[in-house]
Ligand binder design. Structure first.
Ligand code: HGY
Ligand code: MN
Ligand code: MN
Length: 411
């Protein structure tokens, strides 16, 4: 594939339009691109093609992340500068959550290549896998594996809703499950990681600015609650004779909302609830539902979950049911590297600092390597929804800002 002329600079909106049909979800709207689904695999192919066109050398690591390297002469990769994001999505997600960071990184490489022919520091664009945890339940699974933030055995045994284990799916996609896990060599090469991402709230709308530098990520976790009752016939079972887990779950969901409302800065969500067996004329025997709790103070997050669990146990008992709570994913509050933040603020004097309630791979890498994030304005202030949006000019400003930030970090 011929290298593109160094003066050729793509646009973010152009690159995103290439993938605008991939994984479009006619039922939910937006995009549904779970890791290793046909849609996400198509996006991987798109990324590899774009990276190869730019003369980057593309490698897939033992955990399934794709790395597109712009190497220095001699190929030493120590103290490398990494940017990128993810391509998987939540069900019915927006067009920008993940792909904006990947497309912006490719355009930033174009911009840097139009300025310099040889990088003074090795640079790579990375695509992490399963950032959303939508298929295997653990947020940022790919970056957690690379950093050792998740036990490799636990990861291998994660299963998707169809019962496929992560080991099976990884193997089916060219990985050797035996080698999943912390990648010391790769981690040792990373000098800094800068991720650009669509902002997923209203911060930049209210600040009336197109770009921000991230200050922190709210701690967050996910817990599965399973309430067991007595499955039965909807017509022959008198109301007094029921032990209906759907009632216990419904009461618990309201209790979760009420509990979070009483704690300033807390967020608690139940976005996924699955009755078993799930028939219209069937009293469920079990209801599984997932709790997402977030707060700046990790101790408060823990106390909120404890309070919710206690309330749920009482509610279940009143409804003649039993309940189990299982932690599936937990990410502490992250404060990004002050040194890197200062460098970015120096390079981007117009960009305000902004915290976020959304988790990112940059947050997972943060304890081990200097990481920073750039946010691009989302005029809808909505995310994890088809309504997520970025104006064309802000998207291009984002790529230009990322290129400026990388250039500043290259010296
Ligand atoms: O859930 C999150 O905060 C992120 O979008 N994965
Ligand atoms: Mn997301
Ligand atoms: Mn994301």
């Amino acid at each position: 594939m011929p290298e593109i002329a160094t003066a050729t600079v793509a646009t973010v909106t152009g690159l995103l339009s290439d993938i605008a049909a991939t994984g479009a979800d006619p039922l939910r709207g937006g995009y549904t691109r779970p890791v290793y689904s046909t849609a996400e695999l198509d996006l991987r192919e798109w990324f590899i093609e774009q990276a190869t066109k730019r003369g980057l050398s593309v490698e897939t690591d033992r955990n399934g992340a794709i790395w597109a390297w712009w190497d220095i002469p001699g190929g030493d990769r120590s103290n490398s500068l990494i940017t990128g994001s993810h391509l998987d999505s939540v069900p019915g997600g927006g067009h920008f959550d993940g792909p904006l960071g990947v497309a912006s990184a490719l355009v930033a490489v174009d911009m840097l290549k139009a300025r310099i022919t040889t990088p003074t520091r090795p640079l790579a664009v990375v695509v992490f896998s399963e950032e959303e945890g939508s298929r295997f339940g653990v947020a940022c699974l790919g970056s957690r594996l690379m950093t050792g933030a998740i036990d490799a055995d636990k990861a291998r045994n994660l299963s998707d809703p169809e019962g496929n284990t992560f080991a099976d799916i990884a193997r089916a996609n060219g990985l050797d499950p035996r080698f999943l896990g912390k990648d010391e060599q790769l981690l040792g090469q990373i000098g800094a990681f800068v991720e650009l991402h669509v902002e997923q709230g209203r911060g930049l709308i209210d600040l009336n600015r197109p770009i921000a530098v991230a200050s922190s990520i709210l701690g967050h976790g996910r817990w599965r609650l399973s309430i067991n009752g007595q499955g039965n016939h909807a017509g022959t079972t008198l109301m007094a004779d029921r032990r209906d887990p759907m009632i216990a779950a419904s009461r618990t969901v309201v209790a979760i909302r009420d509990t979070a409302r009483q704690q300033p800065h807390a967020r608690a969500t139940v976005g996924r609830l699955q009755p078993v067996p799930g028939g219209t004329n069937v009293i469920a025997s079990r209801v599984d539902f997932w709790l997402d709790v977030r707060h700046p103070d990790d101790a408060i997050t823990a106390s909120l979950v404890e309070s919710i669990h206690t309330q749920a146990q009482l509610i279940a008992a009143e409804e003649g049911c039993t309940i189990e709570l299982t932690e599936e994913s937990l990410s502490p509050t992250v404060h990004f590297d002050p040194g890197l933040q200062q460098q970015l603020q120096h390079a981007l004097p117009d960009a305000p600092m902004l915290d976020t309630g959304a988790g990112h791979d940059a947050g997972v890498l943060s304890p081990l390597v200097p990481t920073a994030m750039l946010f691009v304005r989302n005029p809808s202030g909505i995310s994890h929804s088809p309504e997520e949006h970025v104006l064309d000019e802000d998207a291009e400003t984002g790529a230009q800002t990322l290129a400026d930030a990388l250039a500043a970090l290259m010296t």
